[in-house]
Design a protein around this ligand. Structure first.
Ligand code: AMP
Length: 438
């Protein structure tokens, strides 16, 4: 199938061609016809599947067909709510790219910066508004945003919004939406609270599910090194020194860990920067910008901060720590091998992380190839390296460890819901992934 077969307006087809998109991705192929028909949509998909274009293209199409571009003052007709400023900015860039020849205008609003410029942009008039929940609610309450002309509403990364404590803000926003609208709801996972939230928002809807393993695990070349905690930094430095020209995204489980990695790399003469919830918005943007432009080769990120990262030439993802929630692994490796490209993901696994590796392998339904020896082997990693395949017994144990994880996650959820509403404050992110209903 081609984009032309979907019956899209000419200016959009032209822009997609310029972007180098020849064929729709699976989510686009399924979602675009539903949305062009005016139906609500529940999309169970993560970033990396092409979901931004899956909702962006039909919205642009409808607006382009319906709008009088001679209108002197643009009114907000489409609203996209997304959890982080990085995602918001990226979605804005996508609308700008796909809508380049439509004459439609978008603007992005998010917290952590002064509101003046955002308010000015709204005053000048926009067709499409992309917002993080807190700032959106703020500006709504101050009377800067009217939903009177709203026709399309997208709630993006709903499960992440829940993880970050935005649920009450979201409910308040939904309560103010006009009843006549087309609603789109995206979430990577569907725990019970998210199902309930989707029911509140959606009318007569169709569901499209893109399984994460289908989306990424198959086309990303993966490998795992067994290495002790003490030697992880050394192995990282060694690998980075071998590929000085590649853009590499390094994942750390904690913000503190990310800072420490940057320090160790710096001592080894490798320039890098960390992005996580404790970094200022300017610092995050600067690091991400330099990374995207290829000026900075190594970016160290926590999971939440990395959600919005979309870099075309990302050669390699390194998991300095394995995530204890298996789906997070798929999200991480999906940063490389975007859309139709392929990529490489290497993971470091210390003894304590073995159960996480087993859970990941169960989820992606494949073994992550063992990469054998490296210069920083010690007794523990040697033992681990010779074990090529988990035995039946260890698979049984992995169930036990999974239950342990589940309890740990449950406890973390409880803590999370008590925690702050600050954007990006939760670097562990996807804590309730195990509460799936599908
Ligand atoms: P997303 O899931 O929206 O974050 O998109 C993931 C990446 O895929 C982005 O870099 C998009 O530019 C790219 N992309 C989206 N749709 C297509 C397509 N049909 N063909 C090629 N690349 C695409």
């Amino acid at each position: 199938m081609t984009f032309k077969d979907l019956g899209l307006a000419e200016p959009i087809l032209k822009a997609l061609k310029e972007q180098g998109y020849s064929n729709p991705t699976p989510i686009q192929e399924q979602a675009i016809p539903i949305l062009l028909n005016g139906k609500d949509l529940l999309g169970v998909a993560q970033t990396g599947t092409g979901k931004t274009a899956a909702f962006g293209i039909p919205i642009l199409h409808h607006l382009y067909e319906g709008i009088s571009l001679r209108d002197t003052k643009r009114k907000v007709k489409a609203l996209v709510v997304t959890p982080t400023r990085e995602l918001a900015i990226q979605i804005g860039e996508s609308f700008t790219a796909y809508g380049k020849h439509t004459g439609l205008r978008n603007t992005v609003i998010f917290g952590g910066v002064k509101q003046g410029k955002q308010v000015d942009a709204l005053r000048r008039g926009v067709d499409i508004l992309i917002a993080t929940p807190g700032r959106l609610l703020d500006l709504m309450n101050q009377g800067h945003i009217s939903f009177r002309d709203l026709e399309f509403v997208v709630l993006d990364e709903a499960d992440q919004m829940l993880d970050m404590g935005f649920i009450h803000d979201i409910k308040k926003i939904i309560a103010k939406l006009p009843p006549r609208r087309q609603s789109l709801f995206f979430s990577a996972t569907m725990p019970k609270t998210i199902v309930e939230l989707s029911r509140k928002m959606l009318g007569d809807f169709e569901r499209v599910t893109i399984k994460p393993e289908q989306a990424t695990a198959e086309k990303v070349e993966q490998g795992v090194y067994f290495v002790s905690k003490a030697n992880k930094h050394k192995l990282l430095i060694h690998l980075l020194q071998q590929r000085p020209d590649d853009s590499v995204l390094v994942f750390s489980r904690t913000k503190h860990g990310a800072n420490k990695i940057v320090k160790k790399l710096d001592q080894a003469g490798i320039r890098s920067a960390a992005i996580h919830g404790n970094k200022s918005q300017t610092a995050r943007q600067k690091a991400l910008g330099a990374f995207k432009e290829g000026k900075l080769k190594v970016l160290v990120a926590t999971d939440i901060a990395a959600r919005g990262i979309d870099v075309d030439d990302l050669a390699l993802v390194i998991n300095h720590d394995l995530p204890n929630v298996s789906e997070t692994y798929v999200h991480r490796i999906g940063r490389t091998g975007r859309a139709n490209a392929s990529g490489i993901a290497l993971s470091f696994c210390m003894a304590e992380e073995r159960p996480y590796l087993r859970d990941i392998e169960k989820l992606i339904k494949q073994d992550v190839p063992r990469l054998g020896e490296h210069p920083f082997m010690d007794d523990a990693s040697e033992q681990e390296t010779v074990i090529r395949r988990p035995t039946q017994k260890s698979r049984d144990n992995s169930n036990r460890s999974k239950n342990k994880n589940r309890n740990r996650n449950r406890n973390r959820n409880r803590n999370n819901s008590r925690n702050s509403k600050t954007q990006g404050s939760n670097n562990q992110g996807r804590s309730n992934m195990n509460n799936r209903d599908n």
